[in-house]
Design a protein around this ligand. Sequence first.
Ligand code: DC
Length: 227
Amino acid sequence: MTNTVPVITIDGPSAAGKGQLCQEMTKILKWNFLDSGLIYRVLALLTLENQINLSVEEDICRVAMQLQVLFYSKNGKVQVILEGKDVSTKIRNQNISIIASKIAVLPCVREILLSFQRKFRLPPGLITDGRDMGSVVFPDALIKIFLDANLSERVNRRKLQLQKNGFSVNFNNLIDQIQERDERDRQRSSSPLLLAPDALRIDSTNIPMKQVLGIALNYVYKKLSLL
Ligand code: DC
């Protein structure tokens, strides 16, 4: 059965501003929101805490199959409850980002997570943040946006974000980590990060978020008016 609930996908590399754009759009449109990166981050945390070897694909996929996680929104930020504990801060550190990106290359993990992610498609609409939202998870999405920015701008943004969350940051390590993660996300054979042919690309390098939001909303309203 086809799902007619409209979807807006926001894909792009790490720290391009997807999270902030989604947060603002969710507030305005009052639609549901899925931050798909959080799912990979929760899996990374479970792998780490259960000392699962990253090279044993079956073990990671077993964890993915049993995944039970709860998301809820508090003051516009997604909170994550895993096995009764709030892991919202823990999963947003750099070490978890790296493990999440390594786990995300595994085809069985991506396959298992497909149905989990599609369950978020509920009325009145869904806004999703990720790497393969428009290309693989919701290929029939009404509106696809690819948010980009150059590497140094993205590293600066992530540095500020990490510092705001109380993490200490080594700038040079951060450049290497983001570059390595981007490369892994773009090069993997299963659902790589790419610009879907029917997506609007916005380069946010030199434009403030308020303007990015304006461009995105204009595009969204234009598409919605055609329904
Ligand atoms: O968006 P994020 O930084 O929270 O994502 C963490 C990692 O999860 C990212 O490096 C790659 C992976 N990921 C993915 O492969 N596909 C998605 N749709 C979302 C995230």
